[in-house]
Design a protein around this ligand. Structure first.
Ligand code: GDP
Ligand code: IMO
Ligand code: MG
Length: 427
């Protein structure tokens, strides 16, 4: 039975929230498997706009159970405020389930994220400042605090002591900051135990049972392929695995159970934060994409860097995720350009390169080789089928599909649920 992964094929902000919400009505579970509230997923339902950070986008579909998997890092203060914000808008949040094995983001992680970025100076990553990197570092270092620890005060205290032993030295001696008191952290964390207790579950058991019983499960990625700590543009990446394998480790569902992997792909490219970006446009076209596409961060409000579509990246996403489909988003944003350049390969040190180079130095030197496709000027936001698109828009989509290595099964022509052209069903 279908278990689908839906993930970002570029540097995040491809429109994962919209795509997840679109499928939300037909799936039983929507599961976040990595990342945390560094994500900002926008969902537009009628005249209502929601910005979700930690909660799976399925929370807006009444029949769907939203799940926060073990691979996510959870800032409990953010979680509770997001839940109450949605409840105030009449959204039923009672079905949410949270893995007891998910790690917590505590105030010292957020502090460390911010001070370490400041310390890096011009070498900074441009993180979202939400404590993501430090929380994952503690997880890997085996000094993390998990959701289940909230329910055992003595274990919680021991773990906070162990974590702060080292961090207080770093904060005081390296960053010249005040030490953080164990009692203060323990007290704050204990305050989250009651409000969260009703949501905590053995989500691995539950999801495997659900799949065995023929329920449809959708894994919703945060960030994107090129932000993956293993497969992205390291060190300018996030600290988790948004790529397809992360859905398995981040939920405890084995790869044999996954039937489909859908890459969300913007019809052009954006990136937030520092790091290489071969097709970046620092000219009027870049500004135009930013304005028409509304390319401003949902989480940090930063302007997104904008550039033309990069087929080398799309092919790479197909490869490292084993993509079965693409969902092409924001095609409508390209309406009005007479000609649209698309990067088909890179030139690196005078040589043409078709695949993403594994060497960071090579990628930094990559210059885009463009093919230019004819544009269209007709409004496409009302198109309901591929045939209703102007011929040049059809050709643009077909060209991207040929270059990217997987079928384009849906096309976004606007932010709303119904502003989508479905070509192949995902279920
Ligand atoms: P996510 O992080 O991948 O969920 O993406 P974001 O929500 O950060 O950014 C995507 C933005 O594009 C949001 O404002 C969406 O409402 C919007 N969006 C999604 N799909 C489309 C589309 O097909 N056309 C247009 N014009 N906007 C879209
Ligand atoms: P969604 O899910 C775009 C970027 C940050 C920074 C890098 C590391 O909305 O697509 P972090 O705070 O994760 O340690 O920052 O990753 N980044 C994102 N960029 N979309 C996101 O999420 C992102 N989450 C993190 O800008 O460059
Ligand atoms: Mg986003």
């Amino acid at each position: 039975m279908p278990a689908l992964v839906l993930l970002g094929a570029q540097w995040g902000d491809e429109g994962k929230g919209k795509a997840t919400d679109l499928l939300g009505g037909s799936v039983d579970y929507v599961v976040r498997y990595q990342g945390g509230n560094n994500a900002g997923h926008t969902v537009v339902v009628g005249d209502q706009k929601y910005a979700l950070h930690l909660l799976p986008s399925g929370i807006l579909s009444p029949g769907c159970t939203p799940v926060i998997g073990n691979g996510v890092v959870v800032d409990p203060a953010v979680l509770l405020s997001e839940l109450s914000g949605l409840a105030d808008r009449g959204v039923d949040t009672s079905k949410l389930l949270i893995s007891g094995n998910a790690h917590l983001i505590t105030p010292y992680h957020t502090t460390l994220d911010k001070v370490s970025e400041r310390f890096l100076g011009k070498r900074k990553i441009g993180t979202t400042g939400r404590g993501i990197g430090p929380a994952y570092a503690d997880k890997i270092n085996r000094v993390g605090i998990r959701v289940q620890d909230l329910f055992d005060e003595s274990i919680l205290r021991q773990k906070v002591e162990a974590a702060l032993d080292n961090k207080n030295q770093v904060l005081a001696k390296l960053y010249n900051r005040r030490a953080i008191a164990v009692d203060q952290v323990v007290e704050e964390l204990l305050g989250y135990a009651d409000p969260l207790s009703g949501y905590v579950a053995d989500t691995t058991l539950l999801l495997n049972n659900a799949i065995d019983q023929g329920r449809v499960v959708l894994f919703e990625g945060g960030q994107g392929t090129l932000l993956d700590v293993d497969h992205g543009t390291y060190p300018f990446v996030t600290s988790s695995n948004p790529t397809a394998g992360g859905a398995c480790t981040g939920t405890g569902v084995g790869p044999t159970k996954i039937s489909r992997v859908i890459g969300i792909l913007k019809a052009y490219t954006t990136r937030v934060g520092a790091g290489p970006f071969p097709t970046e446009l620092l000219d009027e076209d870049g500004e135009k994409l930013r304005t028409i596409g509304g390319e401003r961060g949902v989480t940090t409000g930063r302007d997104r860097r904008c550039g033309w579509f990069d087929a080398v990246i799309a092919r790479y996403a197909t490869r490292v995720n084993g993509l079965t489909d693409f969902f092409l988003t924001k095609l409508d944003v390209l309406t009005g350009w007479e000609r649209i350049p698309v990067c088909v390969a890179y030139e690196i040190d005078g040589k043409r390169v078709e695949e993403l180079p594994y060497s960071q130095t090579d990628f930094h030197h990559a210059k885009p080789i463009y093919e230019t496709l004819p544009g269209w000027s007709e409004d496409i936001t009302q198109a309901k089928s591929f045939d209703e698109l102007p011929k040049n828009a059809q050709k643009y989509v077909q060209a991207l599909e040929e270059m990217s290595g997987a079928p384009i099964s849906a096309i976004g022509v606007g932010p709303g649920r119904d502003e989508t052209i479905q070509i192949n069903s995902f279920l």
